[in-house]
Design a binder for this molecule. Structure first.
Ligand code: ATP
Ligand code: LTN
Length: 342
């Protein structure tokens, strides 16, 4: 295929790609660890973000819920400030190149390396009656998502670090055989203090997760103010009654991380602000900061969900834009491998 001319490398902005699964309303963990950063990156990069519905079926999903969660996830991304006029926002299954690319990459991914993935080990223990092949090959689909767009950086939370490592390994291996087909991407993970890993409010040793069976541990970005305050007031802390971070203070450190993100204050300033005050005051302040920070997102979300035609127009356009880019890489992969031109 003829290559369309592209501007010299120096004039092109680097590409960012990331995705989130439509497995429920986003939690504060998703927002702080990932989506919040996706918004600011739009200023300096060409950003591509997607709702990873193909990944979500590695765990059994009810069809009606999957449909509504997918549209909701798309609207939530926009409500969090992702702009379809500046970035490409699309739904993974609307671009068939991801599934096609994933099959190819499956053949350049080793059984041994997939067996070492902690997410696979965790999820296969949690869903022991459905350890399907998709759960196992999840990382090569994720590698296809990223590599099809010649991505330079992938902003994700700490839990995705291992998936980024395997993506780099797959890209390096493919390039080693066929020459430089893929850009080898780097992970963009926030610092611990900036919320790379937000923990459950009920068990600060476990990550806050959309699919947490205990809703008290998990604040979603659409929770009502009353529910948010209640969850923070009943957050698990420790018996020391001193707002500070460090070993044995995982609950308080987690709350400090959340408070820091919503107020812009660093840990030293937070310790000073609450010196001599009890945990009750601190928890109330964290809850109030979160309620205030989420209010504009919740308002925008309601507006967007009231205009389904607009959402549909945006995700259709996004899929087309995504395909225009991914097609070039997929065609290059096919050609290098030796598939006869169709
Ligand atoms: P599920 O519960 O369905 O496995 P999840 O809540 O873990 O989902 P994902 O869709 O897998 O969310 O992740 C979307 C993004 O949010 C990823 O970049 C992930 O690293 C980030 N993320 C998820 N949970 C947290 C958390 N507790 N703290 C920081 N970042 C997080
Ligand atoms: N596996 C990711 C979601 C995801 C993703 C991606 C993230 C699917 N494809 C590509 C970054 C890049 C997760 O957060 N669980």
């Amino acid at each position: 295929m003829e290559q369309t001319p592209v501007a010299p490398q120096t004039e092109r902005r680097k590409i960012i790609f990331s995705a989130i699964q439509p497995t429920g309303v986003f939690t504060l963990g998703n927002y702080i660890g990932a989506v919040r950063n996706w918004r600011t990156l739009q200023d300096d990069y060409d950003c591509i973000y997607c709702v990873a519905d193909l990944h979500s079926i590695t765990v059994r999903q009810d069809p009606a819920s999957l449909r509504s969660h997918t549209l909701e996830a798309y609207a939530l991304l926009m409500a969090c400030g992702l702009d379809p006029d500046r970035s490409i926002l699309f739904i993974q299954s609307h671009n068939p190149d991801h599934a096609q690319g994933a099959w190819v990459l499956d053949c350049y991914t080793q059984f041994g390396e997939l067996s070492r993935m902690t997410q696979f080990k965790d999820k296969s223990a949690r869903y022991a009656d459905n350890i399907n092949a998709g759960l196992f090959t999840y990382p090569s689909l994720m590698a296809a998502d990223i590599l099809l767009y010649q991505t330079s950086y992938v902003p994700v939370g700490e839990d995705q670090r291992q998936h980024l490592e395997i993506t780099r390994d797959i890209a390096g291996r493919f390039n080693g055989v066929y020459g430089p087909v893929f850009t080898v991407p780097e992970a963009f993970i926030p610092k611990a203090e900036q919320g790379a890993r937000i923990m459950s409010l009920q068990d600060p040793t476990r990550k806050m997760s959309k699919s947490d069976p205990n809703p008290k541990g998990c604040v979603t970005i659409l929770d009502e103010p009353g529910a948010i305050m209640k969850k923070f007031r009943s957050a698990i802390t420790d018996s020391e009654a001193r707002v500070a971070h460090g070993p044995g203070k995982e609950g308080i450190s987690n709350l400090m991380g959340i408070y820091s993100v919503f107020t812009g204050k660093d840990f030293a300033a937070i310790e000073e602000e609450f010196a001599g005050k009890g945990y009750g005051d601190f928890k109330t302040a964290v809850g109030e900061a979160v309620v205030q920070g989420l209010e504009p997102i919740q308002r925008r979300y309601k507006e967007l969900m009231a205009d389904k035609a607009y959402l549909e127009e945006c995700y259709r356009r996004g899929a087309q834009q995504a395909m225009n880019l991914s097609r070039r890489t997929l065609e290059k992969m096919y050609k290098k491998i030796g598939f006869l031109h169709a």
